[in-house]
Every structure is written in structure tokens, then in C-alpha cells.
Design a protein around this ligand. Structure first.
Ligand SMILES: [Zn+2]
Length: 169
């Protein structure tokens, strides 16, 4: 006889909020492709992970449905406030990809703050509370998306930055 308990291994993982679908709650950092499982406290580049996904797509192991699934909010941000890169989309190769930055931290909206210009981003990075800035590569055409990098700012990182500017190390 097969043990029945092993027949539904995913039920607990999916039940983060029993009554509310995940997407309806917020656009959190965990919704971003390549979101790190462990925090390091420092800047993290995700170029290698991103290239691995692109490579899998080109080998036919991932479909467009797998990789072109940007959340509607992320797409809207990409079209309105995305910073254009001189780099065409690795998936559709028709449009230049853009970078969208989300800032997460205490006393910020649960779904993060998406600064609309460099001044607002700089102000968020000078906050007394530590924040985490997530930069996402997005294609506004085909909805390709992947985390590009994460860097901490504000709090002790803000102090470090101002000391560095004064030349005190
Ligand atoms: Zn594309």
C-alpha cells in the first residue's frame, strides 16, 4: 500500500494566506524571478542566474510562458518609469529591456515603493531605516523579467556612503 500522506506534498507551500490569492495581496520581492533564498546583507548581482534562464530558454527547456510572466504592476512600471538599457530583450529580441527599481523596507508600503525618478530613489536610499533596493530587468514588449541586482541602502549603509563621500573611509 502507498502511504496517502505523500500524495499532496504542495498543499502547505501554497497555503501562505489561506483565503487570499497570492497575487491579490501585494507585489512583494518574492514575486520577482531570481529572488534570493538567503539574505547576505550586501549587494548581489544576478547576471549569472539571469543568463542561465536565458540559456535554458534558448535550448528549448523553458518556454516563453515560463519566462515572460511579468506581473501587470511590473509591466506598468516598466512602461512608465523604466530606465532604458542599450540592450535588446534576450527573449523576443524586438525591444530594449528596461530596469525598474523597487525599494522595500519598514515604514514603506508592503508592496514596495517604485521611485519614479533618480531624485526619489536617492531620497529613499538616505532613509534612517535600512532598505533593500531590487533592480529588475523587464521587457515591456514580451513581459520577460528577471532580477538584475539587489543592494542595501539607508540605515548603516547610508552612514557608510556619507563617510565615503567625506573621505574618512
Ligand atoms: Zn522581450
Amino acid at each position: 500500500m502507498r502511504p496517502r500522506a505523500k500524495s499532496k506534498p504542495n498543499s502547505r507551500a501554497l497555503r501562505v494566506a489561506p483565503t487570499v490569492p497570492l497575487w491579490a495581496m501585494s507585489f512583494g520581492p518574492s514575486a520577482l524571478r531570481g529572488f534570493p533564498v538567503t539574505g547576505t546583507g550586501g549587494r548581489v548581482e544576478y547576471r549569472l542566474a539571469r543568463n542561465a534562464v536565458v540559456s535554458e530558454f534558448r535550448k528549448g527547456r523553458l518556454s516563453r510562458l515560463d519566462v515572460c510572466d511579468a506581473h501587470p504592476e511590473l509591466l506598468r512600471a516598466a512602461r512608465n518609469v523604466g530606465v532604458a538599457l542599450a540592450e535588446s530583450c534576450p527573449i523576443c529580441e524586438e525591444t530594449e529591456v528596461v530596469h525598474v527599481t523597487y525599494v522595500f523596507g519598514s515604514r514603506l508600503p508592503k508592496n514596495g515603493r517604485c521611485p519614479t525618478n533618480p531624485t526619489e530613489l536617492a531620497r529613499l536610499c538616505r532613509r534612517p531605516d535600512e532598505v533593500a533596493c531590487y533592480v529588475v530587468e523587464v521587457c515591456p514588449n514580451c513581459s520577460w523579467n528577471h532580477l538584475a541586482r539587489m543592494y542595501p541602502a539607508g540605515g548603516r549603509h547610508r552612514v557608510t556612503a556619507s563617510r565615503a563621500r567625506r573621505g574618512n573611509g
